[in-house]
Design a protein around this ligand. Structure first.
Ligand SMILES: CC(C)(COP(=O)([O-])OP(=O)([O-])OC[C@H]1O[C@@H](n2cnc3c(N)ncnc32)[C@H](O)[C@@H]1OP(=O)([O-])[O-])[C@@H](O)C(=O)NCCC(=O)NCCSC(=O)C[C@@](C)(O)CC(=O)[O-]
Length: 285
């Protein structure tokens, strides 16, 4: 049976909530429910500037309230600079540091205040810091499927940056559809070319979508060999630094039903998923 890793992204869901601060205890309750579902990884928070992403300013406190005693899920925290990586590495509970590396100069400036060239130096330092703390780095190739920010984009640029990141030591690379601009054709082209070229690299799909396009996107990635998918219950959230608010995350419940139909194994417990779904509704509705 083909195995698929599902990465649940409450961080991506919550960081977009700007109208109010979600209390630390509510965040922890929601993430604790997710930890019982069977997800491969929970992208639970970030160590970034509280001015940039105020909602994530309590990530260390949230972490202290998580019940990790019975879960098999691993924890991922997003970091956007060296300081964030150092902070995240103080916690042995965290398995992965996620670094958003955009191949769009304008978007990388907007998201992290750094040029692409500066970001490569930062990523290199983050890889070293992570290795010393026995953590892995997940690099997100933001604007991986198109770029509305006025920079050139084509599949050769994606291929070139993939080569560079792999040569630097990145082993998990999540192609990110930051603004939901991907098409099934581009998704299929990229995964079916990159995956066989780099057999030792784990490629992921961090897809954003409108309610009507999720199926064709997931299907294109899965059929092209991708086995790692990011999602958020009900598609809540999306990148707050991106300009299109109509697109959300890939809805996890749709991912689960799709992979069940495909007879792929996801390790998800239906009963625990339902209770996590209800916790998510409490936070967002
Ligand atoms: C990278 C910076 C910090 C640069 O921001 P900057 O303004 O260039 O940094 P700075 O060094 O000048 O510091 C500015 C302020 O931030 C503080 N600061 C600085 N670093 C930290 C830190 N680590 N932790 C806590 N505080 C920090 C620092 O202390 C200072 O505070 P002040 O003196 O003004 O009071 C900023 O741009 C930032 O935090 N960006 C947030 C990026 C982010 O979290 N984006 C959303 C997640 S990525 C995403 O969603 C994409 C993804 C993963 O889904 C994939 C996809 O779809 O593409």
């Amino acid at each position: 049976m083909r195995k698929v890793k599902l990465i649940e992204c409450p961080r991506d869901a919550m960081q977009g909530v700007t109208s109010h601060f979600i209390p630390t205890s509510a965040k922890a309750q929601y993430i604790n429910a997710l930890l019982r579902v069977g997800f491969d990884t929970i992208d639970f928070g970030s160590f970034v500037s509280p001015k940039a992403i105020p909602q994530m300013r309590d990530t260390a406190n949230v972490l202290s309230k998580l019940d990790l005693s019975k879960t098999e899920s691993k924890l991922l925290a997003i970091v956007a600079n060296v300081r964030g990586a150092q902070d995240a590495c103080k916690f042995e509970e965290i398995d992965y540091l996620g670094y958003p590396f955009s191949i769009s100069e304008n978007f990388q400036m907007r998201n992290t205040g750094k040029t692409i060239s500066e970001s490569i130096t930062i990523l290199d330092e983050i890889l070293n810091i992570a290795a010393k703390s026995n953590k892995q780095v997940v690099a997100y190739l933001s604007m991986g499927f198109g770029n509305p920010y006025g920079n050139p984009w084509n599949v050769d640029i994606v291929a070139e940056w993939t080569r560079t990141l792999v040569a630097m030591g990145v082993r998990i690379l999540s192609l990110s559809d930051t603004i939901g601009s991907s098409t099934p054709e581009i998704i299929s082209y990229l995964f079916s070319n990159l995956i066989p070229q780099y057999p030792s690299i784990e490629f992921g799909a961090h897809l954003h979508t409108t309610p009507t396009t999720w199926h064709e996107k997931v299907h294109a990635a899965f059929a092209a060999g991708c086995n790692r998918f990011d999602g958020a219950i009900k598609g809540f959230g999306g990148c707050p630094m991106a300009k299109d608010e109509l697109t959300g995350n890939m809805p996890t419940e749709k991912l689960v039903s799709y992979f069940t139909q495909q007879k792929a194994s996801t390790n998800i417990s239906a009963m625990s998923f339902e209770s996590a779904y209800n916790e998510a509704l409490k936070i967002f509705i």
